[in-house]
Write a protein that binds this ligand. Structure first.
Ligand code: IPE
Ligand code: IPE
Ligand code: MG
Ligand code: MG
Ligand code: MG
Length: 271
C-alpha cells in the first residue's frame, strides 16, 4: 500500500477495508496453487494474491451498499459506507478494482505472465462472471428462480473468483495447460461449495460469529440453497461438490494435500 499512488483520503479507506479481519481464502488459494509447482515462496503469486484480495474487497464494499444487500456489518466492523459514507464506498470499490490491476502490472516481473493474470482476474470479476452473478442475485430477489437460476448465480458471483484464484496460482507457478484446467475445475467446485456454505451460515450462524449480519438472506428474499432445497440437502450437496473438487487434484499427489483439506475446511467453517 505504501507504494500505491493514492490520495490520503482514499488511503485511509483502503487501510480500513483491506486491514479488516477477512479470511483471505482466495489469496491463500493463489499461494497454495503456485506452491504445487514452485517449492519456494513465489513473489509473483504474492502480488497476484494482493490484487485478488483488492478485487474481492471491492466486491464486498459494493455488495454491502444500500442499493445492493444493504448491510451494516462486515468482517466484524461497520461496512465501508457506514464507517465513511455511501459516495466514499462507491469510489473505494472503483479504486480497489482499478488499483488491483496496477498492482499486477507494476509488481509481476514477467510481462507475459502479468497480462495472463490480468486477463484471468478481469474475466472473473467482470460482466460475464462476478458482475453477472451479482445482477442475477439481485434480480432473483424479485423474480425467484429454479435450481438452474441458483446454480448460475452462485457459480458466477462466487465460484468464478475461486476458479480465478486457483488458475492465477497455477500461472504464477508455471503450470502446464492441463494442470491449469485441473486447478480451474477444482477452484470452480470449491467456490460453489463455499457459497452454499455461506448460505447455510447465514441461516445457522450468529452475527457475532460471522462478523456480518446473520439471517439476512431470508429477510431480503434471496434465492439460496437452503431456501430452495432445505438445509440438509444443501449440506449434502456441498459435500458432494467438495468430493468432486478433490477428484480434480488426483494427478498432483501428496503435495496437493493442503488443497484437499481446504475443500472440506471451507464447508465446516464457522465464519
Ligand atoms: C464473502 O466472502 C462473500 C462471499 C462470496 C460469500 P468471504 O467469506 O471470503 O469474506 P471475507 O473476505 O472472509 O470477509
Ligand atoms: C456476495 O454474496 C458475493 C460477492 C460479493 C461477489 P453474499 O451477498 O451472499 O455475501 P455476504 O453474505 O454478504 O458476505
Ligand atoms: Mg450479495
Ligand atoms: Mg451480501
Ligand atoms: Mg451471503
Amino acid at each position: 500500500l505504501s507504494d500505491l499512488d493514492t490520495s490520503d483520503d482514499m488511503r485511509e479507506v483502503f487501510e480500513y477495508t483491506l486491514s479488516a479481519p477477512g479470511k483471505r481464502i482466495r489469496s491463500v488459494l493463489i499461494l497454495w496453487c503456485s506452491e504445487l509447482f514452485t517449492s519456494t515462496l513465489n513473489p509473483n503469486a504474492e502480488i497476484a494474491a494482493v490484487a485478488m484480495e483488492m478485487v474481492h474487497t471491492c466486491s464486498l464494499v459494493h455488495d454491502d451498499l444500500p442499493a445492493m444487500d444493504n448491510d451494516d456489518l462486515r468482517r466484524g466492523w461497520p461496512t465501508c459506507h457506514k464507517a465513511f459514507d455511501e459516495a466514499t464506498a462507491i469510489l473505494a470499490g472503483d479504486a480497489l478494482l482499478t488499483a488491483a490491476f496496477e498492482v499486477i502490472a507494476e509488481g509481476v516481473d514477467d510481462s507475459v505472465m502479468a497480462v495472463r493474470l490480468i486477463r484471468e482476474l478481469a474475466r472473473a470479476a467482470g460482466p460475464g462472471a462476478m458482475i453477472a452473478g451479482q445482477m442475477a442475485d439481485l434480480k432473483a430477489e424479485q423474480t425467484g428462480g429454479d435450481m438452474a437460476t441458483l446454480q448460475y448465480i452462485h457459480t458466477h458471483k462466487t465460484a468464478r473468483m475461486f476458479q480465478c484464484a486457483a488458475t492465477m496460482g497455477g500461472i504464477c507457478g508455471g503450470a502446464s495447460e492441463d494442470d491449469l484446467h485441473r486447478l480451474a475445475d477444482y477452484g470452480l467446485k470449491i467456490g460453489l461449495g463455499f457459497q452454499i456454505a455461506d448460505d447455510i451460515l447465514d441461516v445457522c450462524g450468529t452475527s457475532d460469529q460471522l462478523g456480518k449480519t446473520a439471517g439476512k438472506d431470508e429477510r431480503a428474499g434471496k434465492l439460496t440453497y437452503p431456501s430452495l432445497i432445505g438445509l440438509d440437502q444443501a449440506r449434502a450437496l456441498a459435500q458432494d461438490i467438495a468430493r468432486d473438487a478433490v477428484a480434480s487434484l488426483d494427478t498432483f499427489g501428496e503435495k496437493a494435500d493442503i488443497l484437499r483439506q481446504l475443500a472440506s475446511a471451507l464447508l465446516n467453517r464457522k465464519k
